[in-house]
Ligand binder design. Structure first.
Ligand code: PMP
Length: 432
């Protein structure tokens, strides 16, 4: 069995530790302590590569020359392939004309028009850089529009790292930052109704992803009727319904995940896949919130870069032309079928939850160690061992987060991943 080693990655990591606290190994950087219960994600120690040399299509190559089929897709932005010619060329053409200038480029308007045509029923768009910019702006808009303070979020949901989004007591936050954030369990309509009646007239917004995709534990789809009940309750109580589609956006439907799940939010936050890795996020809203978004003050030096607007327009075109969302759902379904069958052949029970295009994997032969021993047990146990073995043979998956497929994953990728899974499960069975 061919396995990877990472001497150059290790050396770079040692260098990084001296000058970058936490060494910042990509998206998983300094521990998101509050969110996951005050423990440090030791992703680097889990036998993963740390620094890349280059990436193309569905694959990346690390600094040690190891090749990986990438099922993390940069934690979401890679949606039609790394180093995508037409998308990168669109961005470069805009850069060359002057990426950041004292005034905006018309390409920003073109992107707003394109997005509003695709993602309905919204009538305005405001652009920023990261998903957390859009979710924070949504909070400000909802509070200003309603004149209310409280925000309801779903337990385990992630909306970014602004203070109010962190768990109460997180390092560097004040108790007042989270004092107006209320929590409810996913799919718990009764719990939401109770919160609403306890805080009647005080709740500005209900924030949620389209389905439940927390880290560490199985992901969950909305129960039948869930979204229509939530939507009805929000309308009745004047609560702004905010869809955080930063992660799932464009992997369920080109028209927003609310279209896939059949409901209508008041605000939708998009990011990640929108720019195919070029930094851009968006908040889209309905007419009723147009005055509020025009009044709330939000801006950033780099919000008006022309390159990412051009990249996003081209990304949407490529997704539309190639029926990207359905392609990803189909590829993810095939990936899941192959992995589950391979697991079964070797006596393992692989559970796959969430959207097929964003599968959360868990070997269920033993209880999830995170639930029995706490989050510090993340990288221990059968599942982590299997994932590590997949990675060491060149299929890059995560052991704590949902994975991602892209429209660039090929037949060859799926069949090579199948071979890797066979070897990894056989090894795991031998070691039992
Ligand atoms: N919302 C969700 C659902 C996310 O997954 C993320 C990022 N993981 C964010 C918001 C924050 O996005 P960003 O990291 O781009 O600020």
């Amino acid at each position: 069995m061919q396995t990877r080693s990472y001497p150059k990655s290790e050396a770079l990591m040692a260098r990084a530790r001296k000058v970058i606290p936490g060494a910042s190994v990509g998206v998983v950087r300094v521990a998101p302590a509050g969110m996951y219960g005050h423990y440090a994600l030791d992703y680097a120690a889990a036998g993963y590569p740390r620094y890349f040399e280059r990436a193309a299509g569905s694959r990346f190559w690390d600094v040690d020359g190891n090749e990986f089929i990438d099922y993390m897709c940069a934690f979401g932005p890679m949606v039609v392939g790394y180093a995508h010619d037409s998308i990168d060329n669109a961005a470069i053409a805009a850069f060359r004309k002057g990426n950041t200038v004292s005034i905006a480029a018309p390409v920003m308007i073109e992107l707003a028009e394109k997005l509003l045509e695709l993602v309905q029923p919204f009538t305005w768009a405001f652009f920023s850089k990261n998903g957390g910019d859009a979710t924070n702006q949504a909070c400000m808009v909802a509070r200003f529009a309603t004149g209310r303070r409280k925000i309801v979020v779903v337990n385990g949901c992630y909306h970014g790292t602004v203070q109010w989004m962190q768990a109460p007591g997180s390092p560097g936050t004040l108790d007042t930052d989270t004092a107006d954030v209320l929590h409810v369990d996913w799919n718990d309509v009764d719990g939401l109704e109770q919160l609403v009646s306890e805080h009647r007239g005080q709740i500005a917004a209900f924030f949620s992803s389209p389905y439940h995709h927390p880290v560490l534990v199985d992901n969950e789809m909305p129960a039948p009727g869930y979204w229509s009940k939530v939507e009805k309750l929000c309308r009745k109580e004047g609560i702004v319904l905010v869809l955080d589609d930063v992660r799932a956006g464009f992997r369920a439907s080109l028209h927003g995940s609310h279209r896939y799940f059949g409901f209508t939010p008041d605000l939708i936050c998009l990011g990640k896949a929108l720019g195919s890795g070029h930094p851009i996020s968006a908040l889209l809203g309905t007419d009723a919130l147009r005055d509020a978004v025009s009044t709330v003050f939000v801006t950033g030096t780099h919000y008006y870069n022309s390159g990412p607007f051009a990249a996003a327009i081209e990304t949407l075109r490529v997704l539309q032309e190639g029926d990207g969302a359905n392609r990803m759902l189909a590829i993810g379904t095939r990936l899941a079928q192959g992995l589950v069958a391979s697991a079964k052949r070797h006596g393992f029970d692989l559970r796959i939850t969430g959207l097929p295009s964003m599968p959360f994997l868990r070997l269920a032969n033993e209880p999830n160690p995170v639930l029995t021993e706490g989050p510090q047990a993340l990288h221990t146990g059968l599942h982590a061992k299997w994932i590590r073995s997949m990675v060491q043979q060149g299929a890059y998956f995560s052991d704590f987060h949902n994975n991602f497929v892209s429209a660039a994953h090929t037949e060859e990728d799926l069949s090579r991943t199948g071979e890797i899974a066979e070897e990894a499960f056989a090894k795991l069975a031998r070691e039992q």
